[in-house]
Design a protein around this ligand. Structure first.
Ligand code: NAD
Ligand code: ZN
Length: 277
């Protein structure tokens, strides 16, 4: 193993750390078969995201129809995906008692299915596993709403008030959830190690989380295939695939990656859902 092996350096930092904050992005789930935003041929090649802002969703029945059309294509991809080695490594950091908070930008539910617990996980962009009524706030199970769309209700409506249902994800132009965002920044300020996995770090305020950790004096590890705007602030940069890199990092830190629990069981029905961002 070369002396300048970045996984070795990251593993050594993780071994010493006691309060780790982890930020994950779409790149942690590409090895599970869910495309990130920067892959060619994705949904955004066919649809214009500037036409699908939250304001337009609220205002226009046509936009809601297009939105649900897209969401109904991406939901089964997430539902049928399996967590990969990187999700399992993050769950192992929690089981080892070292995790302060996992902040994920993903809406696919794969961290949960890899064994990360709800109290330790902040879904800063919401979850596609649920649908929410934007009129009365009622939460709906995504699986049944998805089925309704397949059955011909192109724009599904709320069971309680007949209002406008939307996947429970944060759309372009939609306010971030206040409590979750505050918790993410509090964890960044309080951690003794910040690890970013599979995020381009260009989407704010999520990208501000590792910035806050660096300001508070925590060392930053970035695991990403491509450079990010925060690379200059990282103590360790791992330019590699998330699954293999994170497996090595936890192993070097002496953490048992084990076979993490999948509470849903492989192939079980909808714990996950469609991306709307
Ligand atoms: P992003 O698409 O902007 O960036 C992903 C980054 O991960 C890229 O820099 C890419 O080089 C890197 N990457 C891709 N595969 C990798 C791998 N196997 N190993 C290491 N690095 C890899 O994603 P983002 O930063 O999360 O921001 C985009 C927004 O898209 C987020 O807000 C998120 O909510 C949403 N999104 C979520 C999902 C999901 O839930 N799985 C999927 C697509 C988009
Ligand atoms: Zn309602």
């Amino acid at each position: 193993m070369p002396a300048d092996d970045p996984c070795q350096a990251a593993g050594a930092l993780l071994e010493r750390a006691e309060r780790v904050a982890v930020l994950t992005g779409a790149g942690i789930s590409t090895e599970s078969g869910i495309p990130d935003f920067r892959s060619p041929g994705g949904l955004w090649d066919r649809y214009d995201p500037s036409q699908l802002t939250f304001d337009r969703f609220c205002a226009s029945e046509d936009t809601r129809r297009t939105y649900w059309e897209i969401a109904t294509q991406s939901y089964p991809v997430m539902r049928d995906a399996e967590p990969n080695a990187a999700h399992r490594a993050v769950a192992a950091i929690e089981r080892a008692g070292k995790l302060l908070k996992l902040v994920t930008q993903n809406v696919d539910g794969l961290h949960h299915r890899a064994g990360s617990t709800a109290p330790a996980t902040i879904e800063i962009h919401g979850s596609a596993m649920r649908a929410t009524c934007i009129d009365c706030g009622a939460e709906h199970d995504r699986a049944s709403v998805h089925q309704r769309v397949l059955d011909g209700q192109a724009v599904p409506s709320c069971d309680h008030c007949g209002g406008r249902l939307k996947p429970a994800t944060v759309s372009f132009g939609q306010a971030m959830p206040e409590r979750e965002t505050a918790e993410a920044f509090a964890a960044a300020a309080d951690c003794d190690l910040m690890i970013v996995i599979g995020s381009s770090l260009v989407v704010y305020p999520a990208a501000g989380v590792p910035e806050a950790a660096v300001r508070a004096g925590a060392p930053l590890v970035i695991v990403n295939r491509e450079p990010t705007p925060l690379d200059a602030h990282a103590e360790v940069l791992v330019h590699g695939a998330a699954g293999e890199s994170m497996s090595r990092i936890v192993q070097i830190a002496g953490i048992d990656a084990g076979t993490a629990a999948d509470p849903a069981g492989p192939g079980d029905p909808p714990l996950s859902g469609a991306g709307s961002r």
